[in-house]
Ligand binder design. Structure first.
Ligand code: NAD
Length: 263
């Protein structure tokens, strides 16, 4: 299937590793010029080189802490300077701290709000005018299955990711007339550095090895395995395609059947 993405420009945030990198890679494989950003220059350079070598597309990278409004503006300016436009915006972020209600100070709540929710608002605010002018745009937010089924020790994620869903639904209604779609992808357990670190952390407290912790996670999934990052990337890329032009305002979970509810 030709997804019609050749020559489009995609900005994928928090994308030097993990799901963000996998999304950037799938979009590059469809011929998109891709902009990546995260906090660490050396990781960005290595990811950019990797994508350029494999797919021969143009890659832009910039150091950006999603908690900092000035960094977000700088990233936007770098991308527009290099590519002249942003057709596709994929709002991804680092996962907020894990913990229960009484574990967090007000300051930590504010940091998680900025990272998970406000970063998506800020990037969208910068990118939306260009999409309106072109009468074409795709916005995809990477959230989590926690928006369908909250996870016990992830109260920061549970709280702010649901806000992203409400934000996206409102945007989808407001901007559909400009041929701009807005959707959310909600991954389940996906084998990235973050999940690996989480398993190592849990292993320390449980007396299990991290391999056993990962195997336990997989057992909770009807598919009996963890997701591969590229599977998330493929779904996001389809949502960005011309073929997906009538899908908007949706939250699609990709979790091997982990969510027990109907929707
Ligand atoms: P990861 O830790 O492997 O990668 C996260 C990326 O975000 C890295 O490139 C990192 O450098 C970047 N990053 C972190 N904090 C940042 C900041 N403040 N500013 C800019 N960049 C920053 O994580 P992942 O597993 O790929 O997860 C990506 C997102 O998907 C997270 O929000 C995570 O909570 C969510 N998610 C992950 C899973 C999973 O099982 N891996 C499941 C559901 C949801």
């Amino acid at each position: 299937m030709n997804l019609g993405l050749n020559g489009k420009t995609a900005l994928v945030t928090a994308s030097s590793k993990g799901i963000g990198k996998a999304v950037a890679e799938e979009l590059a494989s469809e011929g998109c010029n891709v902009a990546i950003c995260s906090r660490t220059k050396v990781d960005l350079e290595s990811t950019a080189d990797d994508l350029k070598r494999k797919y021969g597309v143009d890659i832009s990278w910039s150091v950006c802490d999603l908690n900092k409004s000035a960094d977000i503006e700088n990233t936007f300016n770098v991308v527009v300077k290099q590519f002249g436009k942003i057709d596709i915006l994929v709002n991804n972020c680092g996962g907020p701290l894990s913990g229960f209600f009484r574990d967090f100070s007000e300051e930590q709540w504010i940091l998680a709000f900025e990272q998970v929710f406000l970063s998506a608002v800020r990037f969208t605010n910068l990118a939306i005018s260009g999409m309106i002018n072109k009468q074409w745009g795709r916005i995809v937010n990477i959230t989590s299955v926690s928006v369908k089924q909250p996870i016990d020790n992830l109260i920061l994620s549970n709280s702010f990711r649901s806000g992203v869903i409400g934000f996206a639904k409102s945007l989808s209604n407001e901007f559909a007339k400009y041929n701009i779609t807005v959707n959310n992808v909600a991954p389940g357990y996906t084998l990235t550095n973050r999940l690996y670190d989480l398993a190592v952390g849990r292993a320390k407290h449980s007396g299990l090895s991290h391999e056993e912790v990962l195997a336990d996670m997989a057992k909770q999934v009807p598919m009996n395995r963890l997701a591969r990052p590229e599977e998330i990337g493929a779904l996001v890329t389809f949502l960005c395609s011309n073929q997906a032009g009538y899908i908007t305002g949706n939250t699609i979970h990709i979790d091997g059947g982990w969510v027990k509810g109907l929707f």
